[in-house]
Design a protein around this ligand. Structure first.
Ligand SMILES: [Zn+2]
Length: 101
């Protein structure tokens, strides 16, 4: 695993319907629930070669964030959401959106 950056803080910001991550280099990124869910990298959502259309669901609620080893997160979503995605730190860096300060 060649992970360049690890998070220092992961927050489930239910009030604003997003997750936020502070990274060890000081960068802060946000992950609105719908975008986060629809970026799911699992084989269920993407197929093994990434050939499938991404899921396009809205109104997902993020119920629980779980760490996978020291390299990734997985998420428990409200009904209908995909529970299979393993989001590595590198992937999360890629799909995060800048925080509007
Ligand atoms: Zn999935």
């Amino acid at each position: 695993m060649s992970t360049r950056y690890a998070p220092t803080e992961v927050r489930n910001d239910r009030e604003n319907g997003r997750m936020t991550i502070s990274w060890e280099d000081g960068l802060r990124l946000q992950y609105p629930y719908d975008d986060l869910h629809n970026a799911c990298p699992s084989a269920t959502c993407r197929g093994h070669g990434g050939e499938k259309e991404p899921p396009n669901l809205s109104g997902m609620q993020l119920l629980h964030i779980q760490e996978v080893g020291t390299y990734a997160l997985r998420f428990r979503w409200s009904e209908g959401g995909c529970q299979d995605g393993i989001y590595t730190w590198d992937y999360l860096r890629e799909i995060g959106q800048p925080m509007v300060v």
